[in-house]
Design a protein. Sequence first.
Lengths: 306, 667
Amino acid sequence: MTCEQLVKRNTPKIVSFQDIIFGLQQYWSDQGCVIMQPYDTEVGAGTSHYVTTLKALGDDYWDVAFVQPCRRPKDGRYAENPNRTQYYYQYQVILKPAPTDPQDLYLKSLEYIGFNLDEHEIRFVEDDWENPSLGAAGVGWEIWCDGMEITQYTYFQQVGGIQCSVPPVEITYGLERIATFIQNVENHFEINWNGRTDERKLTYGDVLKRFEREFSCYNFDVASVDILLEHFNDYETECNKLLSHNLVMPAYEQCVKANHCFNLLDARGVISVTERAGYIARVRALAKSCCSAWLKSLQNEEDTHE
Amino acid sequence: MNDLLIELFTEDVPARLHKQATINAQKVFSNLLVKSSAEFQNVKAYISPRRLAIHVTGLSEQTRSITEVKRGPRIDANEKALNGFLSSNSKSISDLVEKEGYYYLSIENKGCNITEIIPNLIEDLIINMPWPKSMHWYLEKEKKLSAFWIRPIRSVMCIYNGNPLEFYIESIGLTTGNRTYGHRFLGNKELVIQNFEDYVKQLEDNKVMHDFGTKRAYIENELAQQVASMGLIVKSDDALLDEVTGLVEYPFIHIGHIEEQFMSLPVEILSTSMKVHQKYFTLTYPDSNIAPFFATVTNVPCTGTMAQGFERVLKARLSDAMFFYKEDTDVTLEAYSNRLSNVVFHEKLGSVAQKVDRLMSIANSTEEHRVIALCKADLVSQMVGEFPELQGIMGTIYARVQGESDVICEAICEHYKPLGATDNLPKTYVGSRISFFDKLDTLVGFLGVGIKPTGSKDPFALRRAAVSIIRLICDSTHNILEDSLEWYIDTLISAYADQGIVLVQSVKKDVITFLKDRLVVYVSDSENIDSNLCWQVVENSNSDEYDFKIIKSKIIKINELSKKPEFEIVRQAYKRACGIVGDFQPVTTNKEYVYENEYMKILQSKLSKLSSNDSEIDFNNCVDVSHAILNACENVLMNDDNLDVKNSNMALLQRCITTIENQYGKL
């Protein structure tokens, strides 16, 4: 069922926030992707989901798509800034290896969720992506629609400091931005979430505004620094311990949690500029160890098969 | 006329690379043709976002045949070695030639039909083309990674004399053909191409401008015309024009409106935000006041929805900028300065606040102290956090807002200038001085902890800092050195020491050597003077005082003189004297020796007229001295049997040599 049919079934006019998600799920499912659910721990981006990071390494085929709620504590604005929040949604697609026509696939996905490409200008503007905490880097573009960035598109080259033997392409849609376009609203909190136009219409603000406000307070003002510091150290220790047991996925999860702790401490403003580099280096060391251990386990698997 | 057309059809090539890529492609491909002994008239490369094309004209059908002489084993070598040599070159004993104890083979490379080598040429082009940052993609059928390229190559066209050449390119797993594609949104999907003229025409019909230069000129012209019809002018910006040219396959121009509420923002902020975030051009009235409009170049004709979008995005951007500006102006620059202890200058060199303290130690006036106290404050402002390129500029704007004097406001943004060899120098005296302090502190610090540029890597722009220092000393209308250069270096070294930052012992020498090095490069490049000559002058300059201004003018003067015919006489005389003195080390006394020989007397008197002070260049007297040297050498036996006479002769010649060297260096 296309998005337009979905729209017809539900409400006559509005393509709701959830319609966009349904549309993307259907479209990428039709392309043969595994449709996963979000990673159930706090991450700053879909890239941190282990199905992106770890699975980018090794030679296996891997096409996957999922919604990922993202947390960037420092970006919170107590729900007062219409377009900047500490919690938002990405739609993440990984195609490994990158097929021969990923740009076309992307453009068709926009049409599928209701963009009329004759009315908009889509352009690919150079933006080479890098994530120092994950030791990951790639080349690609920001994709602009009428001058606004709505998607990040990257050919991974390196993850955990390791060269990708089968480079994947990562397509990351900014769902709120896309919704503001499709619904022609200027404020994230005004996005129609459930597609109703009557008194039971629920907006993004209705669903998330309080969450945004309270978490901004937590991130910036109330989170216990001592507890967070302890957590950071604990996650780091646990990650290394799990690695020594060859439990790569649980170890990676500890690394992701340590990273979120660092982000919270950073938002709390207790990390000086000099310390910052040190924390990032510690998280990167964990990520690198996890990635190496992952790759090694894949090679071991191969060896036992042979 | 034979011609070859190649097109590599790729995903979008970053706009900033277009110009250089055509130059590189032309160079690489010409070199490859030359290396393959192919004869051709011209190689031209064309680029647009999704394609790089190369067109070779006047290409000979056959490559040149070349005869190469190969040396083989010695004549007395064993048979095995000889047979190996013969078989590896597919020759027989009768082909051998003996010469000077070795066997030689003359191997004729017959040359071949150009079409035989085209596949290799393309393969080599892909491998040899330099990109600043490139990527691999996975070739699924081949089960391997592609060669490096800027973005994935999706299709390759190769047409020789109107005939498609079909072959497989291993490094990217594609087979060539005669097909390409039009504009992504406005053109036909697939185009079958006959030849170059057809290529250009079909692309044009399908909304692709194949040539960067043509497209750039078209945009520039269209922009100017459309804007002129509104009585406005485009704020010229070559870098932005290059970039927007690289972003579109076919240009359309749209003029949008800036909401009135944002027009109160300083023009630098409006302009930077529009350029950096949105790649919009700033428009002004003829009196160069900013107008409430922007111009943007689009890849498709602008629809109402798009126009709305462009203004909406700008509104969001400028709302952010407005917010930052308000927040920033609520805080004084002093308050921001207090936060500079949180900004790292370099991990080994402490914070920016510490840098500010060091600069204070070499400053001299109340004004200078004020500028130093404020000039780095904007680094922690919200606006510079968002737009790093506005550093200094925001400092000046905020200083105005808080009512600082004009000199201080100007000096704040000027203290970053010049950015290297071609940028404008600061206009104010204070700005020039603080710029000099700041850059010298950077140089002393980095060289002091052993960080130096290596090869093309200079991450802290130390070379640029050094050349800026040199220009501030040499080229500024202000005389910025109130004390000697050495005093500034010494004082900065102790300022570092006072902060507990340990620098290497040799730092002073290192800084001076580094500066001298850059002085040579700068003067030789900017004045187009042989760098050996520059070196000579720099090396021979009085080592106690490094006044680059004097050294530079001396280099220029000597360079001029060295082109005069009389200079040859100076050179000859100098060489002659050097040859005679050789290793002999004359004993010198304070007493003026009384020569009996007439020639030596003349030489002595001529020399006495020539100042030995190296800052004075007295060329005519020097030519006189040179004549006197040559005459003396011709007519006097310098190596006299009387040791006393010999010593005095040699002493005089040595003095001549030293005097000439002091003025012109070793010749």
